[in-house]
Design a binder for this molecule. Sequence first.
Ligand SMILES: Nc1ncnc2c1ncn2[C@@H]1O[C@H](COP(=O)(O)OP(=O)(O)OP(=O)(O)O)[C@@H](O)[C@H]1O
Ligand SMILES: [Mg+2]
Length: 422
Amino acid sequence: MRTFKPISYARLLEQIEIVRSGLRWSTTLDRAGISRILHQVNKLRSEVLTYARVEKIKARKSERQIKEHHAAEERRQALLDRSFVFEGVFGDNPKLLETVETVEKAARTDLPILIEGESGTGKELLAKVIHANSTRSQQAFISVNCGAITSTLLESELFGHVKGAFTGSIKDRKGLFEAADGGTIFLDEVGELPLESQVKLLRALQSGEIQRVGSDDPIQVDTRIVAATNRDLYEMSMNRQFREDLYYRISTIAVTIPPLRERKDEIPLLIDYFSGEAADQLKQSEVKLTPRLYNFLHDYAYRGNIRELRNIIYRVACLSDGVADIIHLPEHIRPDPADRATSQKVNPSGNGRTLESVRKKAVDAAEKEFIEEKLRLVNGNVTMLARQLDMNRSYLQTLLKKRGIRAKNYKQQKRPATPVAK
Ligand SMILES: Nc1ncnc2c1ncn2[C@@H]1O[C@H](COP(=O)(O)OP(=O)(O)OP(=O)(O)O)[C@@H](O)[C@H]1O
Ligand SMILES: [Mg+2]
């Protein structure tokens, strides 16, 4: 059987040349006829040339893309070949690869590392990865959320205290820096650290010494510091909300984890990973996603980054009977048209109201009212409110955004000073 083989552009141009020269020597056509056909053939020739040029550019471009892709694959494989430990997944995204490669090199040293990234991008996971790839991996890894502990308690948590240092301190107590001696301490939300504690942290970094609250005796510790923040620490240091000297010290090695929207190519990998993880945890077979849901998950703008994707997969795995679809998504993220179609199926009256949606609306409204009232009491200070509610500050920020609340609207205006009578 003959197979069709497309003719190359070069061969096509050669054929056109043959027609052109043949035309010139034609004995059967008059001059006007020859020049009319020649004109058509010339037009055809120039079109073929244009196509040939475009194809060449395309080929060059895709060759570059293929090369880039191969390079990323090789970089990823090289990391794995060097027994790099990563307790999750990472693909071929160049931005993430760069972060992971920096972390791999820095992990072997005792230098402080600052991890920057939006909420839910995997900062804590990366801190664990640093520890696991360091020579300290057999020692303690201790994680402290600086935003979740009140400033009065934080110092004693970190550095310990001696008996009688404050009311209730009935005996000496080791702090987390000492508990992590030889290992790593992870200071999450380091931007929330009160200025007074920042001085002590700087000292620990500079001299490896700490002092328990209520004591002047220095204690030598060998604790590696990894810090994380989802705030702009540099800007905070410029605004004197964070010590500049400490900023430079803890960010000796600074890495950023890109948000999920900047590494969408990792989404299929993460979906697979979390589907498997959910199946194990829920003791069921792996959930299958309809193409509709899969496409939605691929294009969705994850404000909560990887954590949000993970939660969605767990949810759909739990709520579906093996095959998950749009209907299994949390209602507030469900795309509208599909939502309408599916809610009509669930609720034949077709007015779009379901018991679940009515309940959710009421809960949302109550939550909003509660937060607004509390915000007013703390004068719009989110950090203070997070502490009062014993809540992660970044989670509270997400909640505010979700409910459309702007903290600064709850700041009371400073009254202008009363004019002094002359
Ligand atoms: N590359 C990854 N592979 C698998 N799971 C991941 C990955 N990155 C993050 N995760 C998971 O996503 C969730 C969020 O990650 P993590 O808690 O490290 O984020 P975070 O940046 O510290 O968030 P926050 O700023 O809110 O504290 C965790 O369950 C974590 O295990
Ligand atoms: Mg975290």
